[in-house]
Design a protein around this ligand. Structure first.
Ligand code: HEC
Ligand code: HEC
Ligand code: HEC
Ligand code: HEC
Ligand code: HEC
Ligand code: HEC
Ligand code: HEC
Length: 377
């Protein structure tokens, strides 16, 4: 959604997950598995099949926004709920209107008009939704997006306010280069990209079980023989085998963006608050080898995101003392807080609104927030 050059980031995504030698042994098939790329000749079965045997993971996963990271026209939740949206910006007027099984995105300056069906809606709309359109053989990222908090359209994040498009095509949106399309679909869908090629015919929208665990046909076949419980190689990728560093930076970071990727993009300032793997490395709490501060310590991807701030306290207290002298030599735990005993994240993980996002992101640079400080890093 941010209009950055993602090329550099894309180049870094490939050599993933092969770094932990202990994980390599039994998993030759999964060695180069990356959550944004389908391995060559991959055979997928779909989340419904996984759910037959892994009910527990499947039940909660459906309520995590990752499952709905991309929608196709017949499913459009937001565009059905808001069947008639409009916005006037400068001389251009935008509308997104529901017609039968489609939503039509139109832009007009009064003389010229372009109307195209919304081909894909990106985002579960916690913050909003951006549309990808097809016009004259090209992909466009819509110039306006839907935002949940205003329940309406505004300029897509990253489009500089106050600029007036020179042509009706420019007003429609941004022409996406092939690397942009691969990046977008690679992060918001399953099996959309393989061997660096976009394969929309094989794609499943959203982050399904197999986006994170790899293609599952061989695993399911093995499970049906009943030998899975004792098998040395279960023919499925279990991220639990990754080191704490690889889990946060290379695996979740493949989509949420690692320290490496964000540094390479040179993205300083408030716009980088949405890149949690990057932000967390600047916290004094962060230890690349400690599982207690990795992404899965606080977030279970098989569950909906918890918005109950107190539910994170136990995660902090896995490392921090609750009471006592601040330097308790007998304890191996980190310091206690003199100010608060509960709801730790409400003070130490402040929220910031990226301009134009209409959404407050949670800063993962856990710290003592100094009064009047400017946004660090
Ligand atoms: C026919 C039943 C069945 C189906 C369908 C199935 N699994 Fe499994 N899966 C199992 C069994 C049995 C185990 C071993 C569980 C155990 O020992 O607790 C397992 C283990 C796993 C593990 C852990 C592997 C390890 O090495 O630790 C993962 C991850 C997994 N399954 C994911 C999936 C995904 C993703 C799908 C859909 C593509 C899926 N499973 C479909 C039966 C199934
Ligand atoms: C294949 C790409 C991909 C991978 C890998 C990935 N994510 Fe995500 N994640 C996304 C996208 C895209 C969204 C935004 C979904 C939306 O709102 O449309 C998201 C959203 C989330 C959310 C917010 C969910 C909500 O309901 O608001 C959490 C939490 C999260 N991811 C955690 C993780 C963790 C932890 C990992 C690693 C175990 C991980 N993600 C790996 C792509 C990915
Ligand atoms: C490197 C992976 C990656 C790429 C590339 C990417 N996204 Fe995302 N996107 C994410 C993740 C992770 C989130 C959730 C965290 C956040 O909001 O930043 C997200 C969030 C979003 C959201 C907000 C979802 C919500 O629930 O509010 C929209 C809309 C979106 N992306 C659209 C796009 C579009 C359009 C493109 C291509 C122009 C794109 N993204 C490219 C990973 C990616
Ligand atoms: C965003 C990535 C992501 C998605 C999507 C995802 N998983 Fe997982 N899964 C993980 C991670 C990470 C682990 C490692 C355990 C942990 O640290 O939570 C895991 C572990 C597992 C395990 C092993 C559990 C154990 O106790 O060892 C099973 C089985 C599993 N997942 C099944 C599924 C199924 C079925 C789905 C779809 C309904 C699914 N997963 C979707 C990331 C994901
Ligand atoms: C120590 C706990 C902790 C760790 C570790 C952690 N998070 Fe979070 N995360 C939170 C809290 C607290 C929230 C805010 C939840 C709420 O109230 O909505 C959050 C929110 C999010 C969101 C929703 C968007 C937002 O800005 O609110 C995403 C996506 C996310 N985290 C991804 C990650 C990823 C990826 C990692 C690994 C780098 C990670 N988190 C590590 C505590 C943690
Ligand atoms: C992996 C263990 C670990 C976890 C989990 C952890 N911390 Fe820390 N934290 C540390 C260490 C180590 C330090 C640095 C030494 C110290 O202050 O005792 C630290 C430092 C801090 C500081 C002082 C930072 C500064 O700016 O000087 C604060 C505040 C803090 N942590 C809050 C939290 C909160 C809130 C959570 C949960 C959301 C949390 N920590 C989770 C280990 C952890
Ligand atoms: C009401 C806001 C608030 C809450 C809630 C809160 N803190 Fe703090 N915390 C502060 C402030 C302000 C400071 C800096 C002044 C001080 O040391 O008391 C601080 C300091 C700290 C420090 C640094 C201590 C030192 O001596 O350097 C740590 C570690 C910490 N908090 C962890 C936590 C943990 C863990 C929790 C939850 C159990 C928590 N905080 C809850 C506001 C809060």
């Amino acid at each position: 959604m941010l209009q950055l050059s993602l090329l550099a980031a894309a180049l870094l995504l490939l050599p993933m997950l092969a770094r932990d030698p202990s994980a390599e042994s039994a998993r030759s098939q999964n060695k180069l598995f990356s959550p944004t790329q389908a391995p060559p000749n991959a055979r997928y079965v779909g989340s419904k099949t996984c759910a037959n045997c892994h009910e527990q993971q499947a039940a909660g996963h459906n309520a995590n926004a990752m499952t709905l990271a991309l929608e196709l026209p017949p499913e459009y939740g937001v565009l059905r709920q808001y069947p008639s949206l409009s916005l006037k910006r400068g001389k251009y007027r935008y509308t997104v209107e529901r017609k039968g099984n489609e939503s039509i995105y139109s832009v007009t300056d009064g003389q010229q008009t372009i109307s195209v069906p919304v081909a894909w809606a990106f985002g579960a709309s916690k913050m909003g939704q951006t549309f990808v359109l097809r016009h004259q053989g090209q992909f466009y990222e819509s110039r306006v997006s839907f935002y949940q908090s205003i329940k309406g359209l505004d300029l897509t994040m990253g489009v500089p306010a106050g600029t007036e498009p020179r042509t009706i095509e420019e007003a429609l949106g941004r022409v996406m280069q092939s690397v942009d399309t691969k990046d977008c679909f690679g992060c918001h869908a399953t099996a959309a990209v393989s061997e660096a090629k976009l394969q929309l015919d094989k794609m499943t929208p959203g982050i399904t079980c197999e986006a994170c665990h790899g293609p599952g046909a061989d695993h399911v076949a093995l499970a049906k023989t009943g030998k899975l419980k004792t098998a040395a190689d279960r023919q499925i990728f279990n991220p639990d085998s990754l080191s704490a560093y690889d889990l946060s930076q290379q695996y979740c970071g493949a989509c949420h963006r690692s320290w490496e990727q964000v540094s390479l993009m040179g993205l300083r300032g408030i716009g980088n608050v949405r890149f949690q793997p990057y932000r967390i490395t600047y916290s004094p709490c962060y230890d690349p080898e400690d599982r207690r501060i990795s992404c899965t310590a606080c977030h279970n991807p098989h569950q909906p995101l918890s918005h109950d701030v107190a539910s994170y306290d136990a995660k902090c207290l896995a490392c921090h003392q609750t009471t006592g002298a601040v330097t308790n030599a007998a304890s191996t735990k980190a310091k206690a807080c003199k100010t608060g005993k509960a709801n730790c994240a409400s003070c130490h993980m402040p929220r910031y609104e990226i301009p134009g996002s209409h959404f407050e992101f949670t800063d993962h640079m856990i710290r003592v927030v100094k009064p009047g400080e400017s946004y660090p890093n």
